[in-house]
Design a protein around this ligand. Structure first.
Ligand code: AQP
Length: 337
């Protein structure tokens, strides 16, 4: 059986960008493939530490992030494996081995590293190295499909390169994940998803952006979220057109409208193109997002901590078995065993 795998850093409450770009695609794939694929959903708690995070918040963030998936409709069952990265020590060990085949040149080219370190006086090594840890997260489970937002595509390509380099040097150990083009097709999309910052639509929406009005958090009240949409930056052209370069703010709202309601983007574009009242589009998107948050928040409050711990217990048993088997193959191949 093929494996589909994804994870979201539990450094903070998720944004609607995380939700639409990564969480929902996984949930949709999981429901489609629950009988014919392994579905690995992990909390990358080690990755969470690349951002400044109060250790006291980490455990509650971890629980909440799993509840988010369940509230979004993630199925459970024998093929669904939910686990915390730090409970499977093989991740850290494989990361070290992969570090020794990754090059400074390729790591320096990672856009996420450049963006996350921009303007900072001091940058932790984790921000530089986390794509290698991510490669290990994927390769340990021979995952072919990794639903992530567009910003992470470069890391999927890095994973493929590291896997191919390793296999060339040491033998056929790793399954090569699908190319990003194939990943997009598998997710049933035409291109990767990138939800933009509401105030600065040139940038992607991020949980760690300081300006509260730039992002919609999954725990925002529906009213607050609606206000944020109504104050989103648009442009002064006065005519709605889907054009991510020329009119990124208005185009972003159309993407959100399409994804939240699961209707084709072309349909939304067809409905709104040529209209001149930006406020009307904003009102429609605000209503869609408010409804999404209302329903989501009711569902998440119904999930207990005990339910999550029960899933983690069986998920971590499975994950350790699979990961340790692959790690041993790697250790033997490089001569450590
Ligand atoms: N704006 C976005 N649009 C679409 N997808 C997005 N993702 C993040 N932002 C968007 C996807 O969410 C998943 C989890 O991301 P992560 O938390 O592991 O790392 P990230 O990409 O660094 O997310 P943020 O929100 O930007 O976090 P901060 O601000 O804390 O650094 C990934 O699949 C990502 O593609």
């Amino acid at each position: 059986m093929k494996t589909i795998l994804t994870g979201l850093r539990a450094n903070s409450v998720f944004t609607i960008g995380n939700y639409l770009g990564a969480l929902l695609p996984m949930v949709r794939l999981a429901n489609k493939h629950v009988n014919d694929c392994h579905l690995n959903l992990f909390v990358p708690d080690l990755h969470s530490m690349i951002s400044e995070i109060d250790g006291g918040d980490l455990q509650s963030n971890i629980l909440r992030s799993i509840k988010c998936y369940l509230a979004a409709g993630m199925p459970t069952g024998k093929n669904v494996h939910i686990y915390r990265q730090s409970r499977v020590p093989a991740h850290s060990e494989l990361c070290w081995i992969l570090n020794c085949i990754a090059t400074m040149g390729e790591m320096n080219r990672m856009t996420q590293y450049k963006e996350k370190s921009e303007g900072k006086n001091s940058v932790n090594v984790g921000i530089f190295d986390y794509p290698v840890l991510m490669a290990g997260d994927i390769l340990l489970y021979s995952a072919e499909y990794v639903p992530v937002g567009e910003d992470q595509f470069q890391h999927i390509e890095l994973t493929r390169n590291l896997a191919m380099r390793f296999n060339n040097r040491y033998g056929d150990i790793f399954t090569i994940p699908a190319s990003t083009k194939e990943q997009v097709k598998f997710m049933g999309l035409e291109e990767g998803i990138r939800i933009r910052d509401l105030l600065n639509p040139e940038k992607k929406m991020s949980k760690s952006t300081v300006a509260e009005n730039s992002k919609i958090m999954l725990d925002d009240t529906p009213e607050r979220a609606a206000k944020k949409i109504m104050s989103a930056t648009t442009d002064s052209l006065g005519k709605i057109k889907f054009d991510m370069w020329g009119q990124p703010g208005i185009s972003n709202l159309m993407v959100i409208e399409s994804l939240v309601n699961d209707i084709p983007l072309q349909e939304v574009i067809g409905k709104w193109s040529g209209e001149t009242k930006y406020g009307e589009l904003k009102k429609q998107v605000a209503a869609s997002v408010s409804k999404l948050l209302t329903d989501f928040q009711v569902r998440i409050n119904e999930i207990s901590d005990d339910q999550v711990y029960e899933l983690l217990e069986s998920g971590e048993r499975y994950a350790n078995e699979v990961a340790n088997t692959k790690l041993l193959e790697v250790q033997k191949a490089v001569g450590l065993r």
